[in-house]
Structure formats: structure tokens, C-alpha cells
Design a protein around this ligand. Structure first.
Ligand code: SG4
Ligand code: ZN
Length: 266
């Protein structure tokens, strides 16, 4: 069956182990973060983020999520669009960001905090370009990737998100792509960069155990109307007869298996 995974009854997270046995591995993501069990690590430096307006990028529907890619041209690659500090040994370069969300009035985040789920979760995916020569190589290495997770909850509209939600009608179907220029993901970050960190995995097949997770404690607010636009996307391509709204594209929390979650704050 190979690439036939999804979020439905038949092909959803509970069946991924059949094609991807690492689904039952020792450092899978997401997890439930139990704040009282997180260990404050005074040696953990703050994280620092340097994001640029990338002049030429695109936004696409890959049938699992909506993804904004960073440009890979020489000019953009040489810009310092990186995350560093915190648990990371060096600077990790931003590759893309995407979202996970629920149905209307439903839960949609991947990580949970003391059992609480949020409406949605933004993932900014970075790779260790100082150590590996390509994203593909980094994606299979234990210290290859760093994903910054930001929770979204319903409240006031988030102005910075409109540029994304206004583009979604262009990528309604799986396999569609459109230009997306001059966007700085800084506008999607909360004011506090307090975080939890733990060693984990990609939350979708191939579920590689290559991710240092950095999950911000402070959520950002988005409006119900903004979230509604994400739910106009479809899991299907234009040729497919079936039309299923893209929603509930999250994996539930996985066993901690003895891992320690560290906190950057007391
Ligand atoms: C989403 O399905 C993204 O669309 C994928 O991005 C991403 O895969 C996948 O999630 C897993 O990433 O941060 N949730 S996660 O662990 O980043 C990768 C693409 O397929 C490899 C471009
Ligand atoms: Zn993700």
C-alpha cells in the first residue's frame, strides 16, 4: 500500500504501524505534555529565531496539510532563516511550515498540555544544515530536524494569518500549488518564547525519529472564521470523485516511553 496513509477510519494513525513499524518506536510524536512532570533545565538557553521575508515561496495542498515552503534558491538559502539556541547544538534552517487542525468546534492540535487540546497547531520545520547536506539526509538523522510547535486557539482574529487564509481557495485540491510571496512567519509567533522540548519524531509517515521538538507554551489566537477557511480545503485531488474536507489531520499523543520533557522556565 506504500503511500496510502491518511486520517480516515481505514488509513488513519492507528493503522500507520502496518506500513511504518517505527510508529511504535521509542521516540514518537506528538505526546501529551504534563507540565508538572517537565523538568526545568536552567542550562537551557532561550531559543532565538531569525526569519526573513522570503521573496519567492509557494503554498501547496499535499493531501495531508497546507504547506508554505521556503525558497531553495541560492539567495534565499544564504539568508539566515534559522532557529538556534535552546536545546540545539547549531542553527537549523527553516524548510517549510504547515498546520494541523480539527473539525468545527473540535480539537485539532497534535501535542496536548495536561490533556488539553488546542484548535490547531502550527509546525515550523527546520533542518540541521550545518551538519547535513540536504533536508532528506537530515530527516533520517537523530539530530537532523527541529520543529517549532505553536498552538492556535479561538479568539480574536490573527491579522498575520490572513495572508495564508486568503490564499487557501487557490489550493483547495490535493496537488495544487500557488505563489506565496513576502511572508514572514514572525507574525505567527506569540510574544513569549517559553517552551518545552523533548526528542521525538515526524508526526506523519515516514515517522522518522529525527525531530527535536520545541513546543511554545503560549498559544496565539485566531478567529473561528479564519479556522473555517482551513476547513474548505479537501484531502482529494480534483480528479477524484470523492470529496472529503481536510480536517482532523492530526495524530493523537503517543507513549512517552521514559523520555524527559524539559522546560525552559520554572
Ligand atoms: C505534514 O503532513 C506536512 O505537510 C509535511 O510536509 C510534514 O513532513 C509532515 O506533516 C510531518 O511534519 O512537523 N508534523 S511534522 O512532524 O516535514 C515533513 C511535507 O510533506 C517531512 C512537505
Ligand atoms: Zn506537523
Amino acid at each position: 500500500t506504500g503511500n496510502q496513509w491518511g486520517y480516515g477510519e481505514e488509513d488513519g494513525p492507528s493503522s500507520w504501524y502496518k506500513d511504518y513499524p517505527i510508529a511504535e518506536g521509542a521516540r514518537q510524536s506528538p505526546i501529551n505534555i504534563a507540565p508538572e512532570e517537565a523538568v526545568y533545565d536552567h542550562g537551557l538557553p532561550p531559543i532565538s529565531l531569525h526569519y526573513d521575508n522570503c521573496t519567492s515561496t509557494n503554498i501547496s495542498n499535499n493531501g495531508h496539510s497546507v504547506v508554505v515552503d521556503r525558497c531553495e534558491c541560492d539567495r534565499c538559502s544564504s539568508l539566515l532563516t534559522v532557529i538556534q539556541g535552546g536545546p540545539l547544538e547549531n542553527a537549523y534552517r527553516l524548510k517549510q511550515f504547515h498546520f494541523h487542525w480539527g473539525g468545527k468546534g473540535c480539537h485539532g492540535s497534535e501535542h496536548t498540555v495536561a490533556g488539553k487540546t488546542y484548535t490547531s497547531e502550527l509546525h515550523l520545520v527546520h533542518w540541521n544544515a550545518a551538519k547535513y547536506s540536504s533536508f532528506a539526509e537530515a530527516a533520517v538523522a537523530p539530530d537532523g530536524l527541529a520543529v517549532l510547535g505553536v498552538f492556535l486557539e479561538i479568539g480574536d482574529e490573527r491579522g498575520g494569518l490572513n495572508k495564508i487564509t486568503d490564499s487557501l481557495y487557490m489550493v483547495k485540491f490535493k496537488g495544487t500549488v500557488t505563489d506565496f510571496r513576502d511572508f514572514n512567519p514572525n507574525c505567527l509567533l506569540p510574544s513569549s518564547l517559553k517552551y518545552w522540548t523533548y526528542p521525538g519524531s515526524l508526526t506523519t509517515p515516514p515517522l522518522y525519529e529525527s525531530v527535536t521538538w520545541i513546543v511554545l507554551t503560549e498559544p496565539i489566537c485566531v478567529s473561528e472564521k479564519q479556522m473555517g477557511k482551513f476547513r474548505t480545503l479537501l484531502f482529494n485531488s480534483e480528479e477524484e470523485e470523492q470529496r472529503t474536507r481536510m480536517e482532523n489531520n492530526f495524530r493523537p499523543p503517543q507513549p512517552l516511553k521514559g523520555r524527559t520533557v524539559r522546560a525552559s522556565f520554572k
